[in-house]
Ligand binder design. Structure first.
Ligand code: NDP
Length: 285
């Protein structure tokens, strides 16, 4: 079993430390607010003297700025820092240089589960950075989740992670707009839920509503057939969605933004193509 220091004891870091302990690793913990270490120390973790106390540092904090604050000007010679915090890809690349200048190596990651999912079947983490270093610590990190390595570029794990979060937050916010509209007509969220689940299932499937796959294939090919359901029809339809929300008296910022995007692609002369053509407008802001 190996030694690991967990830096950052929010809901994620605390669960990671506990998961490492359960897997039998020797765990030290460090947090800016030291009292958050207490429950983990009670379960067998050691207290790290500083955030840099250990050869393998697994970091989970609000942002990469917190890592700079926590490590300060400590030398990191020979140490491996695995940072699983959220931030922008460029900040991750800058952090890799920062860690390297101090003698250490940064492996970046974006973990795709909330605290209760850590260490559970189905959990996975996008990792990027030096593969040989990741491989050396794979046996330890696998306690948290499956390892999904996406490439050398340290920013890449975060690009995958932010891509997934964009889909997560935007689809769930649309679900909230839908619930807000329906409840003005007395429809409870639980009455509507079976239909929402059906939509999410179908979007990820292989059938005629399997738009995750349909759009990926269209974008890969660069062709967006619209004979059956043109973008123009969908831009008009999106206008009706906005009107329905307005009639119900709910706010419309995000739906209006979608309408504007569809209408722009239509105005650019691609209304006869399918929904996928919107990516050409997204790619040229
Ligand atoms: P937070 O994102 O709220 O992070 C809390 C941790 O960050 C605490 O340890 C806190 O220390 C530390 N911190 C904040 N500011 C600083 C600072 N300036 N200097 C030093 N430490 C600081 O909690 P989570 O545990 O939920 O998330 C951790 C990371 O995991 C985030 O990047 C998040 O986006 C990501 N994530 C979260 C998921 C979730 O469901 N919670 C799911 C997947 C990823 P202190 O206790 O002293 O305030």
């Amino acid at each position: 079993m190996s030694e690991v220091t967990v830096v950052g004891l929010g809901p994620m870091g605390s669960t990671m430390a506990e998961t490492f302990l359960t897997a039998g690793h020797q765990v030290k913990v460090w947090n800016r607010t030291a009292s958050k270490a207490e429950p983990l120390v009670a379960k067998g973790a050691g207290r790290a003297a500083t955030a840099a106390d250990g050869d393998l540092l697994v970091v989970s904090q609000i942002s990469y700025e917190a890592m700079y604050n926590s490590l300060g000007d400590a030398r990191l010679d020979g140490k491996v820092v695995v940072n699983l915090s959220s931030d922008s890809p460029e900040r991750l690349r800058a952090a890799a240089r920062w860690v390297s200048e101090r003698g250490g190596t940064l492996v970046t990651g974006g973990i795709m589960v909330p605290p209760p999912g850590i260490g559970q079947p189905g959990a996975y983490t996008f990792y990027s950075g030096p593969k040989d270093v990741l491989d050396r610590h794979a046996a330890t990190l696998e306690a948290l989740s499956e390892i999904t390595y996406v490439g050398e570029d340290e920013g890449l794990a975060m690009m995958y992670y932010q891509a997934q979060l964009l889909i997560f937050w935007s689809s769930l916010t649309s679900h909230m707009h839908a619930m807000a509209m329906l409840r003005t007509a007395g429809v409870s969220p639980l009455e509507f839920l079976p239909f929402v689940r059906e939509t999410f299932t179908q979007l990820g499937g292989d059938g005629p509503m399997g738009y995750a796959k349909i759009l990926a294939e269209e974008v890969a090919a660069g062709t967006y057939p619209g004979e059956q359901n043109s973008l123009h029809m969908q831009a008009v339809g999106m206008g009706h969605v906005v009107e329905a929300l307005e009639e119900a008296g709910v706010e419309t910022t995000v739906p209006r933004a979608l309408q504007a995007l569809f209408e722009r692609a239509d105005a650019e002369g691609r209304g006869h193509e399918g929904l996928g053509t919107v990516i050409e407008s997204i790619s040229k802001p």
